[in-house]
Every structure is written in C-alpha cells, then in structure tokens.
Design a protein. Sequence first.
Length: 469
Amino acid sequence: MSLSASKIRKTALRGRLLSFDADPSQSAKAARFIEDGVLVFEDGIITEIGEAADILKRLDLDVPVIDHRPYLIMPGFIDPHLHMPQTQVIGSYGAELMDWLHSYTFPEESRYSDPELCGSSSVFLIEELLRCGTTTAAVYCTSHPASVDAFFAEADRRGMRMIAGKVMMDRNAPEALLDTPERGYEESKALIERWHGKGRLSYAITPRFAPTSSEAQLLATGVLAAEHPDMHIQTHLSENHGEIAFVRELFPWSKDYTEVYERHGLVRDRALFGHCIHLTERERTSLADNGASAIFCPTSNLFLGSGLFDLAGMKMAGIKVGLATDIGGGTSYSMLTTAMEAYKVLALRRQTLKAYDAFHMMTAGNAAALGLEDRIGRLAPGYEADVVVLDGHATVALRQRMERVQTLAEELFVLMTMGDDRVVAATYVAGKRVHDRQAFTHRPMEDRPEFQLRAADLPAESLAETGDQ
Ligand SMILES: [Zn+2]
C-alpha cells in the first residue's frame, strides 16, 4: 500500500519530548517535559504535542509514527554566529584576534572568489550543522556576493530557516577582499532583493566589524539598515583588547566601541553583536536600551584568548544573550560542546550555567536573541518543525555515566558535558528528516529499532536526503 500525497505530509514523532516555554532562570515552570510524548507535524509546521497515550488513540491510522523512544526530542539547535568560509581555518595555531585574521582568515576568505569553493563549502557547512542538530544559524559569508548566493541556494534547497549576509569591508584587509562603501551597499541591496524572504531565508546586513569599515562605509551601512528596519544586522563588538585599542585609534571621536555602531544606527532590535566581552557600563546600557543582542562564543573566546563573557552582568543589564559556535575562531560545530565551554568560561567568572538554562539558550533563548521566538526554538503548535533527536547513551563513556543519573537536569548536564555530534540520532528540518546517524554509519533500515513505523511505507521523499551522508 502506498500513502496518498495528502496523508504523507502529516508525520508524528514519538519519544521523550523537551521544550522551553519560558526562560528557566525566570520561571520554575519553563521546561515542558513529556516522558512518552508524541509530536505531530504537517507541511513543516507542528500541529500537536502531548502525551502519547492521548494523541495515538485519536491519530489517523495512516499517519506514520516514527518511534524515537528512548531518545530525547527537542527543538533543533540554533547557532546565532558563525562564518561559512572558515571551515578550513578552525584550529589555526597560536594567534590572537588581529593576527589570526591577517595570518589565517583573510588569506582563506580570499579563495572565495571561486564560486565552486563557495558551493562546496556551503554544502559541507550545512551538512555538518545538521549532523550536530543545528537547524538555524546566523552566518557570515565573505565579501564576494557569490558566497551568499551559494549558501542561500543550498539552505533553500533543504528548506532551512537561515540568516546570512555578505561581509562588507573596505579597509585594513587584503585588496582582494575589499569592497567600497558604494559597492558594499549595492551588492547587499541586490542580495536582499534576491534572497530576503525567499522560502525561510532572511538577509543580515553584515559589516564585518568597525576596524575594517571606513566611516563612509558605516554611513552607507546605516542607510541600508534604515531602509530595512526589520532586518538583522550582524557584526563583532569588543572581543579583544588590541581590537578595542585599534577602534579607539580609528574613531577618535567615539567615547567607546559601541558608539561607533550607535552613531550609524546599527544598535537596534535584531542587531547581533558577536562577543561583547569587554563592554563598559554605558555600552551595556546602550545594547539593552536599544534591544540589541549580545552573542556569547565561548570556544572562540577561549581559543583566541579573548576573554571571559560576563553572562550574569549582561542578563542583569537586561541584554538579550545568544550562545554561538563562531566557527572558525570557535573550535566545535556542536552546540552541546559550545554549552559546556560556556559553563567553563562562567566557572572562571564564579558564575554557573544550569543544564536547563543551557538547553534553553541553545533553543528558545537563541530564537529570542534572533527575534524569531514566534517561529522556531519550541515544540508547540504553530512552530516550524525543526527538531533534533538526542541519544544520551551514544558512547561507551556516556552509557557508563548515565547509570548514575537520576534526574532530567542531571541527564542534560551530562549530555552537554560529554555529548557532541555523536549523540545526535536524527535531525528534522521543516518536518523532513535530513540527518540520520544510522544512515550515516550505513546500517540497513531494518536494524534500526527507532525507525519501526506504524505505517511501514514511509514515503521515499522523507528519506531522500539521508542516503549519502
Ligand atoms: Zn565571528
């Protein structure tokens, strides 16, 4: 028997469901956990979530139920800061920010004048993110418009919610990477027309950071931002002391780094500032008052020795905070590993990061930092069906450790301490399974207890993406 096209659009997942309705640091009832739950989605949107016993008895018998028990099912992870052209820069030895940019990153980004490389790197990055359970990211491409075309084309092909933009820079970088204020503006504008709002894609206005943009370019960027008041802006802010001193030299009129962006109308809602490690009180107040988001990138901050993010201070100031990998200054694609490194950074600051807070940050918290809290980051009716399935017993060491675990909070903390891409059993984008760990290891379908379906003939299209990963 084959299922009709109208029926196969509806699918259900069964497993241990976890989602956050609010920030667990603010509300004791923020986490919603169902030990044996079912999540139903149709045409890429979640339609129902609840106890398996309730939902299964009224679910149409033709709806495939993919049984992921005993795995955890969560909203797909969200990574609000990373660089597409830096997948071959990760782990470049021994430099601080400005040296690292000039010695490794700029030479690598110069290669992206080649559209073929833009294409192959975009495919690699997206597949790697999906393998790690990340379904949405805010992505810096290079200054070449072709890099944005390639990335968006690949994300769109897979139906992903992605944010990306062309880096604008017109000074203090190799000639091959520089645009001009006019070209940066025009090229961004053309890309916005081509991609913004297509499928689930959104454009981000992307001046790399103050040191690589002239005042004229920041002015043009401000004009572009004013023309698109709801659009994301992404840039870097206050990562490293050398960088801050350089900004002081380049913009002597400015009382601090943040004012350089403020002056050009770039500190606002949906503005994403990577790092924000060494901010003054005034700068924090400005980010909070203007509704901007600070993005905490712990593996990058440790790797480049940039400094220790002050999460408690940022939250106290009322700033929205996101947690991100910052590939390739960052060293892992995994949001679980990133959360563990965040915990360690905060431990050095005598602060803590509870497991619920960390998992909230990776999902609903990061959605809020991106201003997308009404669409992604939660398992709730009306939300987009981007989902990650986590296997807490994926490695020998995890199985040994999990024997002593007694609460969900303990389980989650072990998962983020010892977990990485290996614990991601499956990833769904808009209701479609796009990563399947078992297919990745080439085990035949029949051997997989988690994919025993109530309706055995799951449509071929829902497995089409998994065969060669
Ligand atoms: Zn960055």
